[in-house]
Design a protein around this ligand. Structure first.
Ligand code: AP5
Length: 215
């Protein structure tokens, strides 16, 4: 089963994707994670995108489609792909459709995580992640364990993202409304879109997504 998790920054895409990886042996394809990895390892492409990401602008379609193409060719033997943060433009959505068709993989569901802007600011400003395994925490709703060790891998190196500041977030939201939100209509018209309440607590959102996937 191949699915897209669609929603603005902070909607919970990464949090839900990680749960699906653990429970359904699915593979998370997060273009944000891939780009951060390229940036941290100092590749030519990583250096090119660093400023764009820090501002909260979108990286070019060509770069992210290239990243996804490579992963689709590479990865085998799993419970399906979760596209997290991709596609973000109509050009990316069209390219994904063509890539999936060429590899004989169907797109089964597009799940919209519905949230409001107020909640996004609170979520993004409280977010941290484990620097080793990427587990996502929140200062209020999912605090780091009291012993200072990640509950998933035991590491004690927590990070906050460079683009999780108010100015960048405002720009990321603007980019979402201008370029990504039209995809809701696109996938609705393709009869693939299901909206779940992304404001519910993390477990409830997990259950809502499970209902869609198991229907
Ligand atoms: P990316 O890494 O994709 O960031 P994003 O879309 O802005 O999304 P986030 O990772 O910020 O949020 P999320 O929805 O995953 O929320 P999370 O689960 O962490 O992209 C970063 C940048 O890379 C972009 O700005 C762009 O420059 C570039 N880029 C990436 N893909 C691109 C593409 N396709 N095209 C062009 N450019 C691209 O949750 C957030 C917080 O909320 C956490 O603390 C979590 O614990 C908490 N939380 C989650 N769910 C709940 C809940 N139900 N209740 C309470 N708290 C919750």
């Amino acid at each position: 089963m191949n699915i897209i998790l669609l929603g603005p920054p902070g909607a919970g895409k990464g949090t839900q994707a990680r749960h699906l990886v653990e429970t359904r042996n699915m593979v998370q394809l997060s273009t944000g994670d891939m780009l951060r990895e390229a940036k941290d390892s100092g590749t030519e492409m990583g250096n090119m995108v660093a400023d764009v990401m820090a501002r909260g602008d979108l990286v070019t379609d060509e770069i992210v489609i290239g990243l996804i193409r490579e992963k689709l060719e590479d990865t085998t033997d799993h419970g399906g792909f979760i596209f997290d943060g991709f596609p973000r433009t109509l050009a990316q959505a069209t390219a994904l459709g063509e890539l999936l068709e060429a590899t004989g993989k169907p797109l089964d569901h597009v799940i919209q995580l519905g949230v409001d802007d107020e909640a996004l600011v609170t979520r993004i400003s409280g977010r941290s992640t484990c620097g080793n395994c990427g587990e996502v925490y929140h200062d209020v709703t999912k605090p780091q364990p009291a012993d200072g060790k990640c509950e998933k891998c035991g590491a004690s190196d927590f990070k906050r993202r460079a683009d999780d500041n108010e100015e960048s977030l405002r720009n990321r939201l603007m980019e979402y409304y201008k370029k990504t939100s039209p995809l809701l209509g696109y996938y609705y018209a393709h009869n693939m879109l299901t909206r779940v309440d992304g404001l519910a607590d993390i477990k409830e959102v997990q259950n809502s997504i499970a209902k869609v996937l198991d229907a």
